[in-house]
Design a binder for this molecule. Structure first.
Ligand code: ATP
Length: 306
C-alpha cells in the first residue's frame, strides 16, 4: 500500500498571542505543492521503519528518526490502537520534502501513514475508518497533519488544525530554495516571541488577509505574490541571516513573491508561469544562494493512494 503526500507552503502565517496551553493562535493559509514524499506500508511481524531519499532527490535524511520519534510510526500505532490490531507493519518512507525545512515533511509522512495503515488493516468484519476519523487522528499527531490529508488550499485556525478549504483558481508556479541544515520549529516560535518582546510589540489577533483570498480566487499570481505574509519570517531570518540573500536574489530575478516557508529555512518564490519557474531556478542555482533548488506547482490533492 503506497501513499503519496505533498509538501505545504504557508501563503499566510499569522501568529497571534501565546495561549494558556503554550500554543499560539494562528491563522494559516496552507497550500499543497507538487513536492511529494511516498510512504509504503507492507505487513510485517512488528513495527519497522526505514527512511531514504526519493529517487532523483538529494534530501538529507540522516537526521530523521526511525523509531517512535518518527511521526509516521506514531501514526501507525494510533491507527492500530483505534482498530484494535497489532501495529505489525513495515513503513518505507521515500523523502523528497526537505527535512526540518518548514514544509511539514514529518506531518506529511504521518498523514500518508494514517491512510496507508487504515487501508492495509481494512477488514470487512469491522467498520472502515472514515476520512473524518483520519482527520481526527491526524489532529492528535500534530496541527499540520490534517492539512496533509486534505491538500489543496485551505485556511487553518486554532493551532492550524481547524480547516476550511479556500477558493483558488488555476495553478500557481513555485520555486523552492532549500538550505543546508534545518531550523527547529519550536526555536523559531521562541525567537518570534523574543523579538516581539524586545520590540515591545504585543501580538495582534490574527485575521485572514482579504487581499490574499481575492488573489487566490482570481488566480492572480502577481497579487498573490504581493499578499504573501509570514509572521515567522523575521524570526527565521534572525536565526539564519543568510536567508536574506536568498530572498533578495529571488526578488532580483523577478519573482512575484518571495517568502520563508513556514518556520524555514526553505525559501519559496512565486512566479508567473512554468517557464519563469525554470528560469528562476537556474538563476538561483547559479547564484549559489541555495543548497538545492526545486520547482513545483500548487494546489495539489492531499495524501493519495498510488
Ligand atoms: P513544519 O513545517 O511542520 O514545522 P518542518 O518541515 O520544518 O515542519 P519536518 O521535516 O517535519 O520539519 O521535521 C522536523 C523534525 O521532526 C525533524 O528534525 C525530525 O527530527 C522529526 N521528524 C519526525 N518524523 C519525521 C519524518 N517522517 N520526516 C522528517 N522529520 C521527522
Amino acid at each position: 500500500m503506497s501513499v503519496r503526500v505533498p509538501a505545504k507552503v504557508n501563503l499566510q502565517l499569522s501568529v497571534g498571542p501565546v495561549r494558556a496551553d503554550g500554543y499560539h493562535d494562528l491563522v494559516n493559509v496552507f497550500h499543497a505543492v507538487s513536492l511529494f514524499d511516498e510512504v509504503t506500508a507492507t505487513p510485517a511481524d512488528g513495527l519497522r521503519l526505514t527512511v531514504e531519499a526519493a529517487p532523483h532527490s538529494r534530501v538529507a535524511v540522516g537526521g530523521v528518526p526511525t523509531d517512535d520519534g518518527n511521526l509516521a510510526a506514531r501514526a501507525a500505532r494510533l491507527v492500530a490502537a483505534r482498530l484494535g490490531v497489532e501495529p505489525a507493519v513495515a513503513l518505507r518512507i521515500r523523502k523528497a520534502i526537505p527535512v526540518a525545512g518548514g514544509m511539514a515533511g514529518g506531518s506529511a509522512d504521518a498523514a500518508a501513514a494514517l491512510v496507508a495503515c487504515a487501508r492495509l488493516w481494512d477488514d470487512r468484519d469491522r467498520p472502515a475508518l472514515t476520512r473524518d476519523d483520519l482527520m481526527e487522528l491526524g489532529a492528535e499527531l500534530g496541527s499540520d497533519v490534517p492539512f496533509a490529508l486534505l491538500g489543496g488550499t485551505a485556511i487553518g485556525v486554532g493551532r492550524g488544525e481547524r480547516l476550511t478549504p479556500a477558493l483558488a483558481r488555476g495553478t500557481f508556479h513555485w520555486v523552492f530554495a532549500t538550505a543546508d541544515g534545518g531550523l527547529s520549529t519550536p526555536a523559531v516560535y521562541a525567537e518570534c516571541d523574543r523579538l516581539r518582546e524586545a520590540q515591545g510589540r504585543a501580538a495582534a489577533w490574527p485575521r485572514v488577509s482579504e487581499d490574499l483570498m481575492t488573489a487566490l480566487a482570481t488566480g492572480d499570481a502577481k497579487n498573490l505574490g504581493a499578499a504573501l505574509d509570514n509572521d515567522l519570517q523575521a524570526a527565521a531570518l534572525s536565526l539564519r541571516p543568510s536567508l536574506r540573500r536568498t530572498l533578495a536574489a529571488g526578488r532580483e530575478f523577478g519573482a512575484a513573491g518571495a517568502i520563508v516557508s513556514g518556520s524555514g529555512p526553505t525559501c519559496a518564490f512565486l512566479v508567473a508561469n512554468e517557464e519563469h519557474a525554470a528560469d528562476l531556478a537556474a538563476e538561483l542555482d547559479g547564484a549559489g544562494v541555495a543548497e538545492q533548488v526545486v520547482v513545483a506547482a500548487g494546489p495539489v490533492p492531499g495524501a493519495t493512494v498510488v
